[in-house]
Design a protein around this ligand. Structure first.
Ligand code: 13P
Length: 272
């Protein structure tokens, strides 16, 4: 018989599932109250998974107020700038996000990379700034259709990870969350199949392990994003490699988002 400690260790860390609703540039501060009220009505009190929302900057305060201090729903921002303050017109710092009640922040979302020029070196500065301010970064990575068709997926993902996580202390790595969002699956209604996503999740975990030189990759949560709906979420979470989802379109209606979360609650947590 195996000693208890070996049995325990062989079960590995439990990664709590994380479902994040990214509002993108949708909804005003005035819309926030009704959304949160409806969502709270729909969600069970003890979900056993983490749930997060990333409203636009202008609605952060309203969502924080509507959630109230006791809410288990985490508040996040969609972006941040790496300097703490100063003459950077139009930007918002980690210190400001922390002050308004954010707990996490998206970094390097493909729409930032595509439309606003966010480069790997910037995502790195943003990840470091988030950590400096006690905000949990969710680093988003993903290949374009052209990358995938030309067999570059692994290279692109590894480049985004290595650059985005450069200089991060190894002991901090387990607190990170990575979101794998293939660009071609975002907002297209054409989700990646679990068969397409799982190998990339494995690659991400392996790459983080290599960066840290340990099994730390097993602790990092890796979410899938790209046309996730209440109908396909269970297929993704059926894989031990997929620890949750970053949801766009399907989170804009509180009942649809709550349905998706409820399906996720019904799925097994991951032990590795
Ligand atoms: P959709 O769910 O609308 O495809 O968006 C995914 C996404 O980009 C979440 O950040």
């Amino acid at each position: 018989r195996l000693p208890y400690t070996t049995l325990f260790r062989s079960r590995g860390p439990v990664r709590t599932r994380f479902i994040v609703g990214n509002w993108k540039m949708n909804k005003t501060a005035s819309d926030a109250g009704a959304f949160v009220h409806r969502l709270s009505q729909e969600l069970p009190h003890h979900a056993g998974i983490q749930i997060g929302l990333t409203p636009p900057f202008t609605a952060l305060h309203a969502v924080r107020e509507a959630l109230g201090p006791a809410s288990a729903v985490l508040l996040g921002a969609q972006n941040l700038y790496w300097e703490d303050k100063g003459a950077f017109t139009g930007e918002v710092s980690g210190a400001m996000l922390k002050d308004i009640g954010c707990q996490f922040v998206l970094v390097g979302h493909s729409e930032r990379r595509q439309y606003f020029g966010d480069q790997d070196s910037w995502t790195n500065k943003k990840v470091l700034a988030a950590l400096r301010h006690g905000l949990q970064p969710i680093l988003c990575v993903g290949e374009t259709l052209q990358d995938r068709d030309s067999g570059q997926t692994d290279l692109v993902i590894q480049r985004q990870l290595r650059a985005g996580l450069a200089g991060i202390e190894a002991h901090t790595l387990p607190t990170l969350t990575i979101a794998y969002e293939p660009v071609w699956a975002i907002g297209t209604g054409r989700a990646a199949s679990p068969e397409q996503a799982v190998p990339v999740h494995r690659l991400i975990r392996r790459t983080i392990g290599e960066l840290s030189g340990t099994d730390i990759g097993n602790h990092v949560r890796i979410l899938y994003g790209g046309s996730v709906t209440p109908h396909n979420i269970a297929d993704f979470l059926a894989s031990e490699e997929i620890d949750g989802a970053l949801v766009g379109g399907a989170c804009l209606d509180p009942v649809s988002f709550a349905t998706l979360v409820k399906v996720a609650i019904g799925s097994k947590p991951t032990t590795v």
